[in-house]
Design a protein around this ligand. Structure first.
Ligand SMILES: NC(=O)c1ccc[n+]([C@@H]2O[C@H](COP(=O)([O-])OP(=O)(O)OC[C@H]3O[C@@H](n4cnc5c(N)ncnc54)[C@H](O)[C@@H]3O)[C@@H](O)[C@H]2O)c1
Length: 371
């Protein structure tokens, strides 16, 4: 390649140097030929120093405002707890710096709408980390759907059956609506049903239940939903903290084939399978041919984000995709707590579920958990 046509190295900064920041640092190392982390921010100076020494990050700040004033950046990775995402995303967008925000992108629909409003008047764009969209299995499924190879979409199952023991909630902020925005629906199942939405597209309505069955938490520890899609398909979604045999399981039934994905926190090509309907055996070959070996994960999404920055396009997963996933979460809680189906678009600023995922109080909020 002509050296003059090579894109400039992408300069990024990490905001928050806790647990998930390590995964961002590892993922960025895989893209060292395209960009690097030039700075990091944490309100805890000791953690910041230790992290930056370990990952060889030159510039350190204890305030994002100071970082934005001092550095020329293409992207910030928001790796802070969810309650900080709205304010930090808006501040970065106002400085025309792209934002890649850890899930959940915000705590409520009002917050995600404030981020989108800031994006509209910025030269930069906002995206959420939804890393399961970016493995070759998901891309392959999308390709076969685009080619109309699988026939009509019929049904899907989307199970996040995870296990979190009582001790998980010993940290004082765990299980609080105001800090985490919800339980396994908001914090964990979000990855799986975001992938479901990326495959099936827009949803039309949802009927759901949510319960606090056993864990010492203020949020739900279980939810189940039936979701209808604009493409005519119907899916069931289960989000659980109560499942000792853990799995993340998605199953898509099309007219001509069933496509399944089973893993826990990240998948490879081997986590996927396709079973053809009678008369459609050629799909098994087509499926295998389309797999490139790219696993799901942060590095795969960073590569797609870098492509978008270089092309001047909105970063994936875009703010509008993030809003659709957040709106489904709000609708699951609204349906569960009102006992009625909820349609897409029904949660307007007048709804209590627009500004609080639990509509300001889960039904069990004044009853102490049993453990
Ligand atoms: N994509 C995934 O698979 C995945 C997995 C785990 C966590 N997450 C998400 O990542 C986010 C962070 O989770 P975590 O487990 O790393 O949390 P953490 O508590 O381990 O780390 C958060 C860090 O942010 C710092 N911080 C707090 N306020 C700050 C501020 N105002 N400015 C700068 N730094 C600040 C803290 O000091 C801490 O070091 C959450 O939104 C979580 O849901 C995503």
């Amino acid at each position: 390649m002509n050296p003059q046509s090579q894109p400039k190295p992408i300069r990024t900064a990490l905001i928050g140097t806790g647990n998930i920041a390590r995964v961002h640092a590892e993922g960025m190392q895989k893209l060292a030929d395209r960009g690097s982390i030039v700075a990091a921010v944490d309100v805890d100076p000791e953690r910041l120093a230790e992290f930056c020494d370990k990952w060889d990050i030159p510039n350190r700040y204890t305030s994002m405002t100071d970082l934005l004033a001092a550095e020329e950046l293409d992207l910030v990775h928001l790796c802070t707890p969810p309650g900080f995402h709205r304010d930090q995303a808006v501040e970065a967008l106002r400085s025309n710096v792209n934002v890649l925000c850890e899930k959940p992108p915000a705590l409520t629909l009002v917050e995600i709408d404030e981020i989108t409003a800031a994006e509209k008047v910025s030269d930069a764009s906002f995206a959420t980390v939804f890393q399961h969209r970016f493995g070759s299995g998901a891309q392959n499924l999308q390709r076969l759907i685009r080619q109309s190879a699988l026939g009509a979409p019929m049904t899907a199952i989307c199970n996040t059956l995870w296990y979190r023991p009582d001790e998980y909630f010993d940290l004082p902020w765990r299980g609080q609506w105001l800090v985490e925005g919800g339980g396994p629906t908001m914090g964990h199942g979000i990855h799986q049903f975001d992938l479901l939405l990326s495959i099936f597209g827009g949803w039309t309505d949802v009927t759901a239940v949510a319960a606090r069955q056993a864990r010492p938490t203020n949020t739900e520890d279980f939810s189940a939903a039936i979701v209808r899609f604009e493409n005519g398909a119907i899916a069931t979604i289960i989000n659980s903290f109560l499942s000792p045999k853990e799995t993340s399981y998605l199953r898509f039934d099309f007219d001509h084939a069933t496509v399944e994905l089973e893993h826990l926190y990240g998948y490879t090509d081997d986590s996927w399978s396709l079973t053809a309907a009678p008369g459609h055996d050629d799909l098994v070959r087509l499926w295998k041919e389309g797999l490139t070996g790219q696993p799901s994960g942060h590095a795969s999404q960073f590569a797609a984000v870098f492509d978008a920055i270089e092309a001047g396009e909105p970063l994936p997963a875009t703010s509008s995709a993030s809003r659709s996933t957040m709106e489904l979460i709000a609708a699951i809680y609204a349906s569960a707590f009102t006992g009625k189906p909820v349609a897409s678009g029904e949660i307007t600023p007048e709804s209590p579920f627009y500004s609080a995922m639990d509509g300001s109080a889960a039904p069990w909020s004044d009853v102490k958990a049993s453990h």
